[in-house]
Design a protein around this ligand. Structure first.
Ligand code: FES
Length: 669
């Protein structure tokens, strides 16, 4: 969105707060960790200085680093974001304050700091304006004196401060002066300077620079006038600057949501980025360039190329022992095409590990529509290297859930989501140099999109070709996202759009993705033997046809991965299979179940009231996978498990009939 568009946004939406989706934790363990680490570092540098183990400048820098860390604890404590227990914040704040500045009590500091938040950039009332409003040549002199305006502010407001707080601060000031004078008279002033006074000033210099100067200087709006433009984020090279600045490169998030602990700033920004940009949030790069929202989006797109040089988060499987449902709020519902929507979920912190996923996995959505339980399985379309969990839902005429998603589902609603399952993707390795091809049609793009994003991010030497069939441009899901990815990975990603009803599309790419067209690609630049892994997703006929042809043309069967949204209809004869007894291991418990003649293992488990996982019931999704520990079964159809997995003893329980009188299956394996 451009700045011009923003100006025309309705006043209400400009001033309503985006929901940060973050709260104060019972206890913030990262802050506890920083506090403990900083105290240990300070103790070490003190010991090293006293025993002459390290040169004086080195111990000064190490102590200054510890004080810098303790300021972050103090800062979060002053916003009561270390813990939901007030006394915990006060305890952490009081101890940290002694290291940062012994002249002011924690309560006085918290008061003055809140004055800064209330009056940011107001030269008369913002105590930090002493730093942020300084001319560039004054800044280095003012940085180490940052506590001077704090003391001035306190003196100005002394009459309205509680007596106990004033007494505490007065006592600290007197005690500090007494310690310095005593040190001078006893010949220990230099030791005190090396251990505490000089490191304190060095830390203050850096704190003033990073907490005040970088986020606030040169911004003209005050907090009262426009809170989105009184503070800025410094974007770029987050992999180094976020840990180095302890997240203060995203200081704007702190000013918008002061009670969020520092380690959640970047996640909060990413979750609400569109909402902040719609409010014309102030953004600068680490090199000092100021960006409006439109320029920021362009900058992000171009920097995607650089991003591949940076470390990325490796995809991880869900930590859940067996697939199970959780209530998860919907973060947003956005239209993709006329008949499809993108649903993003706001996964709560405590469920993040359970909802981590690998590329190509899917989730099952369960909801009650008009009193009827509905369960649908959707591939995750977001990248497994990101923090986002998203699915795309395409309208199926008469489809209960897809109609509901298109017409009624809204951000803030809650859905029951099963933890991710499935094994469509392949393991990724940062040093791999492979050649991948995905052939998909329609909503078959969803798992392929997740796979190609994660693959290109993790394997910086690998190449990816996407062949994507649709009716026309308008019905193409993720058209813009794919354009962006193609621009971002121009040298490694090739996208071939095949369109069946688009007269303006190039003639050689007009029609369906089928057997004949595959032959042409195989004969030109996609020789089956040169491709390491194939991913096929779309209508069952297309997928099975292409898979057969690829294997005939030399592709290794284990390297042709297929994902179907449903299997074939089967016509089972109950008498074909006998009754049996089944021991079902599920979520750490074992249950004995009787299986009636003709029932599948899954059916008998469900009839016995067990919450066994399932979704498609057609042998396509793999959600019902379990390991056979004892006995044997016959599967009617299997479109989800590779030969190697089946040989490992795994079966689709929705398709499995016992062929021995008793069996044991383990859903937790
Ligand atoms: S429930 Fe989908 S394969 Fe069994």
């Amino acid at each position: 969105m451009s700045a011009t568009t923003v100006q025309s946004a309705p006043a209400a939406s400009r001033h309503a707060f985006p929901d940060p989706g973050e709260g104060v934790p019972t206890i913030s363990w990262p802050i506890v960790g920083i506090f403990t680490g900083a105290i240990a570092i300070f103790a070490f540098s003190t010991w090293a200085a006293v025993t002459d183990r390290l040169p004086v400048p080195v111990t000064i820098l190490i102590s200054a680093f510890a004080i810098f860390m303790l300021f972050t604890v103090l800062h979060d404590a002053s916003h009561y974001s270390v813990s939901t227990h007030r006394w915990v914040n006060v305890a952490f704040g009081r101890v940290s304050m002694l290291f940062v500045s012994s002249l002011i009590s924690f309560k006085s500091f918290a008061f003055i700091h809140i004055e800064h938040h209330r009056n940011t950039n107001d030269d008369a009332n913002d105590p930090d304006h002493f730093i942020s409003g300084a001319a560039w040549w004054q800044a280095p002199v003012r940085f180490p004196l940052m506590d001077v305006p704090y003391l001035t502010c306190l003196v100005r407001n002394v009459k309205r401060r509680p007596r106990a707080e004033v007494l505490e601060t007065s006592f600290l000031m007197v005690a500090s002066v007494a310690v310095i004078v005593t040190s001078a008279f006893t010949g220990h002033l230099w030791t005190l300077a090396v251990l505490y006074l000089i490191p304190g000033r060095v830390a203050m210099f850096v704190l003033a620079w990073w907490f005040d100067w970088l986020p606030h200087h040169d911004l003209e709006d005050t907090q009262q006038e426009n809170r989105y433009r009184a503070t800025r984020n410094r974007v770029g090279a987050e992999w180094i600057f976020t840990p180095l600045l302890l997240s203060q490169n995203y200081h704007l998030v702190h000013h918008l949501h002061p009670s969020i602990p520092f380690h959640r700033y970047v996640a909060t920004w990413r979750r609400n980025e569109d909402a902040y940009l719609a409010r014309d949030a102030a953004i600068g790069t680490v090199l000092g360039q100021q960006l409006d929202p439109h320029q920021y989006r362009e900058w992000k797109r171009l920097n995607g190329k650089l991003a591949r040089l940076l470390p990325v988060r490796m995809p991880r499987r869900s930590s859940a022992r067996a697939a199970e449902f959780h209530s998860v709020p919907v973060a947003s519902v956005d239209r993709l095409t006329e008949d499809s929507v993108l649903i993003r979920f706001a996964v709560p912190d405590e469920l993040r590990e359970e909802f981590s996923f690998e590329p190509g996995q899917h989730i099952t959505v369960r909801t009650d529509l008009g009193g009827e339980g509905v369960r649908r399985n959707y591939s995750i379309c977001s990248s497994a290297t990101s923090d986002t969990l998203a699915i795309a839902v395409k309208l199926i005429p008469g489809g209960a859930f897809s109609t509901f998603a298109m017409t009624q589902l809204r951000a803030g609603d809650t859905l029951e989501l099963m933890t991710p399952t499935g094994s469509f993707g392949t393991p990724l390795h940062p040093l791999a140099k492979k050649n991948y091809v995905a052939i998909v049609a329609g909503s078959g793009i969803t798992p392929a999109l997740s796979i190609l994003q994660a693959t290109l991010a993790v394997e910086t030497e690998s190449r990816f070709t996407l062949i994507y069939g649709n009716r026309d441009a308008d019905s193409t899901m993720f058209r813009d996202e794919l354009d962006d990815l193609e621009a971002q990975y121009a040298d490694r990603l090739r996208i071939i759009h095949v369109r069946s009803r688009d007269p303006r599309h190039p003639a050689h790419l007009r029609g369906r993705v089928d057997h004949a067209r595959l032959e042409q690609w195989l004969d030109s630049d996609l020789a089956a033997a040169s491709v390491d892994d194939w991913f096929l997703c779309g209508p069952v006929e297309m997928v099975t046809d292409l898979r057969g042809r690829l294997i005939e043309r030399g592709a290794e069967p284990n390297c042709v991965h297929v994902e179907l949204f449903h299997g074939y209809e089967t016509s089972r004869v109950a008498d074909d299979f006998s009754p049996a007894t089944i021991a079902v291991k599920l979520r750490g418990r074992q249950h004995e179940v009787l299986l009636a003649a003709g029932d599948t293992v899954l059916e008998s488990a469900l009839k016995a009231g067990l919450e066994a996982p399932y979704a498609c019931l057609g042998g396509a999704c793999g959600t019902c996978t379990a390991k056979v520990l004892l006995g044997s079964v016959a599967m009617e159809q299997n479109f989800a498990l590779s030969q190697a997995v089946v040989e490992g003893g795994y079966v689709l329980t929705c398709q499995s009939h016992p062929t021995t009188p008793s069996i044991t299956v383990d859903y937790d394996a």
